[in-house]
Structure formats: structure tokens, C-alpha cells
Design a protein around this ligand. Structure first.
Ligand SMILES: Nc1nc2c(c(=O)[nH]1)N[C@H]1C(S)=C(S)[C@@H](COP(=O)(O)O)O[C@H]1N2
Ligand SMILES: [Mo]
Length: 331
């Protein structure tokens, strides 16, 4: 991963820097400013996105606050120390927008409504099963899983197939560590991920009755083991909020956002490429691999550029979402 540190092709141009709200006040940000200079400061503070910020971004992000937040903070897990190897040293997307502009179809297809509909969704207590073709099956509480390995913060770019993008600080640990602990058998060629399915707590499921619930996703074993693939437990220095996939989600920054599956209840090692919800619905639009590729237009969205959350600016999309140095060798 050293080349990520030395040659960070995923640095954003200043035009892509989005304004920030509360996170701007964090000590961490002050540290960054010291490192990144006055140009960034000026761009951050004068790149006011008020005119272009959707109304949803102005809603206070109180709904859906992680109930476990206070408890977790008390245990001292958050905020986790930022890993400098994954830090583009640019301003982050506005956290209020990241909390209120969500794709989570189990709740709603309207992004600005998801955070208002997660209230009944119980994420504490939570149980996750790691099984399938492995020597060390485990059923753990979320708290147990989160405690298995040290948490770190990583700033990643994130790109939705709908051509919007954000830059956010996730907390978590590499999925590879958990895979190593589970000891997959040699027949295991893929990892299948499954989201909780609770129609009584997730009002979107009934409105999309024909969808092949639960939401599932998958990765090849080498993709799942890649050091960039994160098992995320937090965002902006706090436990994940429900709308962002509490208590545990996957983040795969070089693939379109739908591969980054939320609110995990199962991780299974399997021999065959697993069916995924989106590929089952439309294999042409949402193929299993789904690496970010500006040269490969989607039938409904050109993938050449992306709109940056917060300031609405359009920037060119990068192959593998800017992570080519780290992942191109996989393909
Ligand atoms: N279970 C589940 N996971 C999901 C989705 C979903 O609808 N259900 N949407 C995906 C899509 S399309 C995107 S872009 C990201 C959005 O994550 P965010 O709301 O935290 O930004 O979550 C992904 N993970
Ligand atoms: Mo997405």
C-alpha cells in the first residue's frame, strides 16, 4: 500500500472539495489545515455550496442518531486514530448531507427520507454470523466483533452509480483480518454478505415486494481480502448511524456504492459467485464486478463525471474511483 501514500492519485482537485459543517470544528481538521496550507483553507471556507445544497442537507441530522453512540464513546473506541496512509488531506463531505442523503432501499427509495424512517430499526443488540466454507464459524454480537481488532479511521472516496460522490472518514478494520480469523477453506472462492431483513422495522421492503430481499452482495475472495476493503463500524468519528448502515457495513471504495452493503447480519464463504440483489434485478446495469469505470457508460447514467455531495460541482470520474494504483492488478 506504500504507493498509495507516495502517489495518491485519489487526491481531489480543489474544485471537488465540499464545504463542511460540524466536522470542520474538530481538532483533527485543524491538524490537517496545518499540513495542507492556506489554499485549501480558502477553498474550503469560500466554496460555499449553499445555493446548490439540496434542502435535505439542511435538515439537522438528529433523526436516526446511533443509540449506541454514547455507550461506545464512553468505551473510548471513537474517534479512532486516523491512518495517515488513507488520508487525502482534503476537506470532507458535509456530514449533515452524508447523514440525510442516503441509499437504503429497505427504508425508502427517496434519499432524503431514509434518515426519517430508521427510528424503529433496532441495531442494539445485534448479532452477526460468519460461516459457510470456513474452519472457524462465529456468531458474535456487534460489540464483540467491533472489539476483535483495533479500529482505525480512513478517509475514502465513495462513488454511487447514480453519479454522485463523497469523501468521508470511515472507522473500522480491514475485512481481511476477520477473514483470516475465520480461516476459509480452499474451496471458498467468494464472500457473500447479507443485510438484516425486518419488514416490521424497514418500511421500504413492503413497497418493493418484488425485490429479492434480503439485500445481498458479494466479492471475490481476493477483493474481499484486499487491504482497501473495510469492515466499517463508524463514520465521522462516531459509531455508524442507522441510515449509513449501523452497526456494521462493508466499504469497497473502488466499486460502485451498492457493493458497500449496510447493516450486515451474515458473512458467508462460498464456492460459487453469489447472486446479489442488484445483479438479480438487472445484470446488465449492475454486474457482479461493478468497478468504477468512467469509460463504461451505464444505460441510465454516463459515468464520465460525478456530482460532489455538498457543493454540487461536477468533477471527472477516475478509473477504479482513483484507486487504480492499489487495485488495477486484480483485474
Ligand atoms: N442493505 C443495503 N445496503 C446498501 C444499499 C441499500 O439500499 N441497502 N444501498 C447502496 C448504495 S446504492 C449506496 S450508494 C450506498 C450509500 O451509502 P450511504 O447512504 O451511507 O451514503 O449504500 C449501499 N448499501
Ligand atoms: Mo448507489
Amino acid at each position: 500500500m506504500a504507493n498509495l501514500l507516495l502517489r495518491p492519485s485519489w487526491y481531489l482537485p480543489e474544485s471537488a472539495i465540499t464545504p463542511r459543517a460540524e466536522y470542520q470544528r474538530r481538532r483533527e481538521f485543524l491538524r490537517q489545515l496545518g499540513l495542507s496550507g492556506a489554499g485549501l483553507l480558502a477553498a474550503t471556507l469560500t466554496g460555499c455550496g449553499k445555493e446548490t445544497t439540496p434542502a435535505a442537507a439542511l435538515v439537522p441530522a438528529t433523526a436516526g442518531a446511533a443509540t449506541a453512540a454514547a455507550a461506545a464513546a464512553a468505551t473510548g473506541l471513537y474517534p479512532a486514530k486516523r491512518n495517515p496512509e488513507f488520508d487525502p488531506k482534503v476537506a470532507l463531505s458535509n456530514s449533515d448531507e452524508v447523514y440525510t442523503y442516503n441509499n437504503f432501499y429497505e427504508f425508502s427509495t427517496t434519499k432524503s427520507r431514509v434518515h426519517k424512517l430508521v427510528g424503529k430499526f433496532t441495531t442494539d443488540p445485534w448479532s452477526i454470523h460468519i460461516g459457510g466454507l470456513c474452519e472457524n464459524e462465529m456468531t458474535l454480537s456487534a460489540a464483540e466483533l467491533i472489539g476483535l481488532f483495533p479500529l482505525e479511521e480512513r478517509v475514502y472516496r465513495f462513488r454511487c452509480v447514480e453519479a454522485w460522490a463523497m469523501t468521508v472518514p470511515w472507522t473500522g478494520f480491514p475485512l481481511a483480518k476477520l477473514i483470516e480469523k475465520a480461516r476459509p477453506k480452499s474451496e471458498a472462492k467468494f464472500v457473500k454478505f447479507t443485510t438484516a431483513m425486518r419488514p416490521d422495522q424497514m418500511p421500504g421492503i413492503a413497497t418493493l415486494g418484488e425485490y429479492p430481499w434480503p439485500y445481498t452482495e458479494g466479492l471475490r475472495m481476493d477483493e474481499a481480502r484486499h487491504p482497501l476493503t473495510l469492515l466499517a463500524t463508524g463514520l465521522y468519528g462516531e459509531p455508524l448511524k442507522k441510515q449509513n448502515g449501523a452497526p456494521l457495513r462493508i466499504v469497497v471504495p473502488w466499486k460502485y456504492g451498492y457493493k458497500s452493503i449496510k447493516s450486515l447480519v451474515r458473512i458467508d464463504f462460498v464456492a460459487q459467485q453469489p447472486a446479489t440483489l442488484w445483479e438479480t434485478l438487472n445484470p446488465v446495469e449492475y454486474p457482479f464486478e461493478s468497478n468504477v469505470d468512467p469509460g463504461k457508460p451505464h444505460p441510465r447514467w454516463s459515468q464520465a463525471s460525478e456530482r460532489v455531495l455538498g457543493n454540487g460541482e461536477s468533477v471527472r470520474t477516475l478509473k477504479y474511483n482513483g484507486y487504480a494504483d492499489a487495485v488495477a492488478k486484480l483485474y
